[in-house]
Design a protein around this ligand. Structure first.
Ligand code: BGC
Length: 865
């Protein structure tokens, strides 16, 4: 077909397919591609992860790709235009991987500061998540690349994500967790949605009619394709009836030809159920040009575009949040009046860069959002290239933060003479007979996950010849998905007799490593042999992890482990004019598949000790925190300046450099509240590892997520119930004034009105800068008959303004009735009558309110979605 097919053409195409062909289209044909029916001209369509870059088909070490800021970093920009431009660029990148479906954005809400995968999602606030995802999706789809909004719904934690049963009230679902999905479906028309793994209120998403059929399709009018998360299809019949269009990955586990034919014959499903699912796929093929000009799947390419580099640097810097900027200090204890940031390079002759993230560019988090970046700029590289040769830069790692020891690599050579290891896969459970598949691996880790060549393996042997580069009693770690053994020179040195308890945590994070020391002599050759079998229990209800084999051999040299990093860093800091401490998490700590245990920076206090000691040695210390979550900052009072950098993509070092030296005035705002302690967070004790053994997680805080909770504790309790930094907060190198705020409009049951607040914002400082004006709506007091249990206020609008020094702009912030509505269980949305209060502010803290306006709503009314 040359011209875009009509609905009639699609129906005709469907009509030409046999039932067997239609069944083949109900699941992917492999890990990433839909099935084709060549006989009638239905081509295959390739998908690619993920939200911050198009990774292509290989999970690890694949074709290089541009790495964009993580969604939490994009959220911190509060910049709709930037999010749209990132969406466009992601669409261009996806095409270079032959993929016209990108598996992102992730719009789940941040529920806890220890969520391992929060970085991939925008915010704790559903409105921010929805508003920015809308722009991202519009940008992406303008390139005819489908967005896949995920994970629908309630995938806030990764601990036991396949099996956990999440108990969430209807109201919390509607007002918080479903909200971003509702916004994007209604306003951005995403072409795909991905279902989540967990059970929600007792059943998987595809095993109940509520989420897919009743809400997504009937209520919101979703007209695109629904795919499961990888391995999240939980059944054959219900998933087909309720609207899960495609089972992933392929080949099918549930929608096999026999299963579907059997269900049809028994009348458990109808052919119309099958046709509806296939039609959704055909529409997606139409949207993405697969039926017209993009029939083929081009080979993957690495195209490193200069304009993407520029955009990533700009977006990364726009997301950086300046948390603190006090006066700089002198070593004699005196203080200057000017804030320490931005730094004037002319005044620094010697800068000490210390911390584990000086040389490590923390561009992205772990799991399916990680990718093989075209390149990554570390802070050290950025300082080196950005400062003149007359500025001396010294560096020290300062602290060890490995969660898992890095895979053994240097010195390993496989039997083919290539660097790394080799895996032999056997069809027998005891490594007998000949291997049916052999594959090389660059370092000491292998997995059969998503490896179509190793399907059916019942045992594996993983070997390498290791010539120790240095002598020492080195540190090793070992773990396997199923029972596994490690031998060195024919001698069993360690054994894991059972499978690990959470397979996903092993595959994408790390879990229960066996750690030990082993003596090696430099230049001597050691035969390393790992033998491993699948977990006998499969350890998961969903199919994805069945019969997988995987193991990991980690290594840290004795010298690296035992060196006194702290003393070295402190020494360098004390000799420098300025110290910059780069601390944070890595993709090992913040990853899909695993949550964190605490808010403290890893590992075992090493980074906190480093900052405290460095600032003691040099009071002119700036701390840059690179995480996707708020972390404890026990040294905050001692340091003059703190920047929160998030995972800013491949240009992370440059984005931080631009901010520290003032090429960019920071304008990022926190998309999450920053609690003082983990215990203060609303779901403490009811999240992730807190409830590891129960298999049930209750969303006890209801709608009071993030600032909705902290607004209730504000001013109460021994320490005033305050957060360390409020949602929406962020400092600047300039200042802003607000004048003439006016509110116009109201809501009545006719439904289509908007309320508008106008305000004039002036940049009153000496440099260009940007401010995000935020509008929060507070309901009438309960005593006036308003709905019980509503959070004190909710964000209903925001606008980011870019202003030159002295420049004023009048802006309008608009919101519709949804902003004033709350969900009445079992019924509908309700807007209360009475005096609502609208605050115009620069953060959610009552301290940052710039104007308070009344919104009078004459009478209460209900409406449905
Ligand atoms: C993740 C998804 C991802 C998929 C494919 C799953 O484990 O949850 O977000 O898109 O894998 O890699």
């Amino acid at each position: 077909m040359a011209t875009t097919p009509s609905d009639g053409d699609l129906a005709a195409l469907l009509g030409q397919c046999t039932i067997e062909e239609k069944i083949s289209l109900l699941s992917l044909k492999n890990v990433w591609e839909t099935a084709a029916v060549d006989r009638v001209g239905i081509p295959s369509l390739k998908f690619s992860d993920g939200p911050n870059g198009a990774r292509g088909a290989d999970f690890f070490d694949g074709t290089t790709a541009a790495c964009f800021p993580a969604c939490v970093s994009l959220a911190a920009t509060f910049d709709r235009d930037l999010c749209r431009r990132v969406g466009v660029a992601l669409g261009q990148e996806a095409q270079t991987k032959g993929a016209y479906v990108l598996l992102g954005p992730t719009v789940c809400c941040h529920r806890s500061p220890v969520g391992g995968r929060n970085f991939e999602a925008f915010s704790e606030d559903p409105f921010v998540s929805g508003a920015l995802a809308i722009e991202y999706i519009r940008g992406l789809q303008s390139e005819r690349v489908a967005a896949t909004v995920k994970h629908y719904v309630a995938n806030e934690q990764d601990t036991r994500r396949f099996t956990v049963n999440e108990i969430v009230s209807e109201r919390a679902l509607r007002e918080i967790y479903l909200k971003p999905f509702e916004m994007v479906v209604k306003q951005a028309d995403p072409w795909c949605v991905m279902t989540s793994y967990p059970k929600v209120n007792g059943a998987h998403i595809d095993a109940q009619p509520l989420f897919l059929r009743d809400i997504l399709q009937k209520e919101w009018g979703f007209n695109g394709l629904v795919m499961s998360d990888w391995g999240a299809t939980s059944n054959c019949d219900d998933s087909l009836k309720y609207g899960l269009d495609v089972e992933t990955p392929g080949p099918a586990k549930h929608r096999t030809r026999d299963n579907v034919q059997g269900s049809l014959a028994a009348g458990r499903i109808t052919e119309k159920d099958v046709d509806d699912r296939v039609l959704a796929l055909l529409k997606l093929l139409r949207h993405t040009g697969k039926l017209t000009d993009r029939k083929d799947t081009p080979a993957e390419q690495a195209i490193d575009r200069p304009e993407h580099r520029t955009l990533i640097r700009q977006a990364g810097a726009a997301g950086i949040v300046l948390l603190k900027n006090d006066s700089s200090n002198s070593k004699d204890g005196s203080q200057t009046k000017t804030p320490i940031l931005p730094v004037d390079p002319a005044k620094c002759r010697k800068i000490a860069l210390v911390g584990p993230l000086v040389d490590h560019a923390a561009a992205h988090g772990g799991g399916s959002a990680s990718l093989n970046c075209h390149y990554k700029v570390s802070p050290y590289e950025a300082f080196k290239s950005g400062l003149g040769a007359d500025v001396e830069i010294t560096t020290s790692k300062g602290a060890n933060i490995t969660r898992a020891y890095p895979d053994l690599e240097a010195g390993a050579v496989n039997r083919n003479g290539n660097a790394g290891f080799i895996a032999d896969y056997y069809k027998t459970p005891d490594l007998s007979g000949e291997p049916f598949h052999t594959e090389e691996y660059p370092r000491g880790a292998f997995t059969t996950l998503m490896n179509t060549s190793a399907v059916g393996a019942k045992s594996a042997r993983f070997t390498s010849t290791y010539t120790a580069p240095t002598s020492g009693t080195h540190y090793l770690s070992f773990s396997g998905l199923g029972p596994s053994k490690l031998s060195i020179n024919g001698e069993l040195v360690t054994e894991q007799p059972r499978e690990l308890r959470d397979s996903m945590a092993f595959l994408l994070g790390v879990q229960d490593e066996i750690r030990f020391q082993h003596t090696f002599v430099a230049g001597k050759v050691y035969e390393l042999v790992i033998e491993s079998v699948p977990s006998p229990t499969n350890n998961a209800e969903l199919h994805l992890l069945e019969n997988l084999i995987a193991a990991h051999l980690g290594f840290v040299s004795q010298a690296d482990m035992e060196v006194d990093l702290l003393a070295e860093a402190v020494g360098l800091a004390s000799e420098a004019d300025l110290a910059v401490c780069f601390v944070g998490n890595t993709a090992q700590w913040e990853t899909e598949g695993q949550d964190m245990a605490e808010m403290a920076l890893p590992a075992d206090g090493s980074q906190d000790q480093l900052v405290a000691a460095v600032v003691k040695a040099n009071p002119n210390t700036i701390v840059v925190v690179t995480t996707g979550v708020p972390v404890a900052l026990p040294w905050l009072d001692q340091v003059p300046a703190v920047l929160q950098a998030w995972y800013a993509g491949q240009e992370t070092g440059n984005a931080i450099f631009d901010t520290i030296f003032g090429a960019v005035s920071p304008s990022g705002k926190l998309p999450v509240s920053w609690p003082k302690r983990y215990e203060d967070s609303p779901c403490f004790g009811n999240f992730g590892l807190d409830s590891y053994d129960s298999q049930v997680v209750e969303y006890v805080e209801g709608v009071n997520v993030g600032y909705r909770h902290f607004d209730r504790t504000y001013g109460k309790g021994a320490d005033g119930g305050e957060v360390l930094f409020p949602f929406g907060f962020g400092l600047s190198y300039t200042s802003f004034a607000f004048a003439d705020a006016v509110l116009e409009g109201t809501f009545t049951k006719t439904g289509d009105e908007t309320v508008t607040v106008s305000v004039t914002v002036t940049n009153t400082g000496a440099v260009a800068g940007s401010e995000t004006v935020q509008l929060y709506l507070a309901p009438p007091a309960e005593s006036e008959g308003a709905g019980a249990g509503r959070p004190p206020k909710s964000l209903v609008a925001f606008e980011k303004l870019h202003l030159q020094p002295g420049e004023s702009k009048r802006t309008q912030l608009t919101f519709a009735r949804d902003g004033a509505a709350y969900w009445v269980e079992g019924q509908a949305w309700r807007v209360d009558g009475g005096r609502h209060s609208v605050t115009l502010a620069t953060s959610s803290s009552p301290r940052d309110v710039k104007a308070t306006l009344d919104l009078d709503i004459k009478e209460a009314f209900d409406f449905s979605s």
